[in-house]
Write a protein that binds this ligand. Structure first.
Ligand code: COA
Length: 155
C-alpha cells in the first residue's frame, strides 16, 4: 500500500492539526515568545496555500501523521514548504520519505532546483535537509533569529 499521496482540501483539517501540533512542540522553545505564533497556521491560510501548492501526506494506519508541500515558482524552480511530522512519529524516516516524494514530483514536473527556508536554530531540520543533500546558500536575518536558505539541484 502506498503511504504517501497527494492531498486534497478534504484533508485540510487533519493537515492543519499535524502542522500546528508539530510546530508548537518544535519551535516554542527556540522562538522568543513575542514572535511565536500559536497556531502557526489558520485554516484560511492553509486553504489559500492549497490553491497554489501541492500538498502530500503520509498515512500511518490510515491516519495522516506527516505532511509536505511543493510550491512551483517557475519552470525550473520549486520551494519546499510545510514539512511536518507529528512528534510521536518523528525519527522513523517519514520526513525523508515525504521530501523524497516531493523531489520525485518536482522531477516529474521538469524542475531543476528545489529550495527551502528553515530556522538556523532548528538543528534537527538542518541535519535533516543536509542529509538529504540540501546545502546552505543564504541567510535571512529575522527578529527571532536567522533563517537559512537551503538548495538542492535535482535531475
Ligand atoms: C524535520 C522533520 C520533518 C524530520 O522528520 P523525521 O520523520 O523525524 O525525519 P527522518 O526520520 O526522516 O530523519 C532523517 C534524518 O534527519 C536528521 N534528524 C531528524 N530529526 C532529528 C533530530 N531531532 N535531531 C537531530 N537530527 C535529526 C537525522 O540525520 C535523521 O537521520 P537518522 O534518524 O538516521 O539519524 C521533523 O523533525 C519535524 O516535523 N520537525 C518539526 C517541524 C520542522 O522543523 N520542519 C522542518 C522545517 S519547516
Amino acid at each position: 500500500m502506498e503511504m504517501i499521496e497527494r492531498a486534497s482540501e478534504e484533508h485540510a483539517k487533519k493537515i492543519l492539526y499535524v502542522i500546528n501540533e508539530s510546530n508548537r512542540k518544535a519551535y516554542k522553545d527556540i522562538i522568543p515568545e513575542k514572535h511565536f505564533r500559536e497556531p502557526v497556521l489558520s485554516i484560511e491560510e492553509l486553504l489559500q496555500d492549497f490553491s497554489r501548492m501541492s500538498f502530500y501526506v503520509y498515512r500511518h494506519e490510515g491516519e495522516i501523521v506527516g505532511v509536505a508541500a511543493l510550491h512551483v515558482l517557475d519552470k525550473d524552480t520549486g520551494r519546499i514548504r510545510w514539512v511536518y511530522v507529528l512528534p510521536e512519529f518523528q525519527r522513523k524516516g517519514i520526513g525523508t520519505a515525504l521530501v523524497t516524494y516531493v523531489e520525485h514530483e518536482a522531477e516529474r514536473f521538469g524542475l531543476k532546483k528545489l529550495w527551502l527556508i528553515t530556522a538556523e536554530k532548528a538543528y534537527w531540520a538542518i541535519n535533516f535537509y543536509r542529509k538529504l543533500g540540501y546545502r546552505q546558500t543564504g541567510r535571512i536575518e529575522r527578529p527571532w533569529g536567522n533563517d537559512l536558505i537551503m538548495e538542492k539541484e535535482i535531475h
